[in-house]
Design a protein around this ligand. Structure first.
Ligand SMILES: [Zn+2]
Ligand SMILES: [Zn+2]
Length: 345
């Protein structure tokens, strides 16, 4: 059995990339140093913050909630609470909701639950069924991702968050990076930094990723060591996603040449730097984000993705007067979406 490189006690963690083995105590110190370095390096938080952790009840977000809840005890200007977006995926979400609620009650953390049903009108299961019936070309993860981000921003703002922290780890980030490379989607790659902006929209809540430089096996071990990981749950839709394949590929590469994941992260940072200098992807600072002409939320286009999907699904009505009052670009987008919905009926 491997021994801790620092004290010689039995190791709980081995990093082939760093040539390092660590016992429980030294692993937790290493983990803490790593996260604090990320927070400092990218200036994730300000002296006064209401940090809302985007909690799914899964191991990464539970680890993040636990980590920030404890860190905030030493920072007087910080308040940490948790926000869970409940999509209503039967046989999956119930368990993770319970895990969050149990934790929050035990540790005295304020928590909020925002349901798809309340914000969108339907559960994700229902939306996926409707999308299939209408023959829309989207995977479940598309609806989930779009509506989840939409609800997260709105609900976080409603509870007074100044920043939302998400549990994305290094593995998640390099997977998304590679998926966007495969899709030649460089505008999305620009937004994969540890702080997602641009934040100059009054309704946009800044999003940060404190586990940006932490491997998934490290967040998992952190969760296990704190009793936050009681079993394996995978979203039932996960295997239908491209991410599933990309994840397996990257893990195989890492197995063969340790350090590949870090190297991918550095490549991503280089790419973001180059893209920013070229002005690719981000709306210019003067323009900032759009404001969705239908719902008023921040958007990358004149109509936000969430409204666009709702129109295509036929679960959002736009009156004739409203349609005629829209600016030309927005009106065009609405008409296109409505036409799609009509054609597939
Ligand atoms: Zn040790
Ligand atoms: Zn909208």
């Amino acid at each position: 059995m491997a021994k801790c490189s620092i004290c010689g006690k039995p190791a709980v963690y081995v990093s082939r990339a760093a040539g390092l083995a660590l016992c429980q105590r030294h692993f937790l110190e290493y983990f803490d140093r790593k996260v604090r370095r990320t927070i400092r390096r990218y200036q994730l938080f300000k002296p006064r913050e209401h940090i809302v952790v985007a909690a799914s009840g899964g191991k990464d977000s539970m680890a993040l909630l636990h980590y920030l809840h404890n860190l905030a005890k030493r920072v007087p200007g910080w308040k940490v609470s948790a926000l869970l977006v409940d999509e209503g995926i039967g046989g999956y979400r119930e368990y993770t909701v319970k895990r969050l609620v149990d934790y929050a009650e035990e540790h005295g953390v304020e928590y909020y639950i925002a349901k798809f049903k309340d914000y969108i009108g339907y559960t994700l299961d229902k939306i996926v069924r409707m999308g299939r019936e209408k023959g829309l070309p989207y995977l479940p993860c598309t609806y989930c991702g779009v509506f989840r981000r939409y609800i997260m921003n709105r609900a976080a703002r409603e509870i007074g968050a100044t920043v939302v922290a998400t549990g994305h780890n290094l593995d998640d980030i390099v997977q998304t990076f590679l998926m966007n490379v495969l899709g030649n989607d460089w505008a999305k790659i620009v937004r994969l930094g540890p702080v997602s902006g641009p934040a100059n929209h009054p309704r946009f809540v800044r999003k940060v990723k404190p586990f940006y430089e932490v491997l998934e096996k490290e967040t998992t071990l952190y969760a296990v060591l704190h009793g936050l990981y009681t079993g394996f749950e995978e979203c039932p839709y996960a295997q239908m996603s491209m991410r599933w394949t990309v994840r397996r590929m990257i893990n195989e590469l890492e197995e063969r040449s340790p350090g590949v994941k870090y190297s991918l992260l550095r490549s991503l940072e280089t790419a973001i730097g180059i893209l920013r200098r070229q002005g690719i992807g981000e709306p210019s600072d003067e323009e900032g984000l759009y404001t969705c002409a239908l719902c008023g939320e921040p958007a990358a286009h004149p109509i936000c993705r969430a409204c666009q999907l709702r129109l295509e699904l036929g679960i959002m009505e736009v009156s004739r007067e409203k349609l005629e009052s829209l600016p030309p670009e927005a009106r065009q987008m609405v008409e296109n979406a409505l036409r799609l919905a009509e054609k597939r009926k």
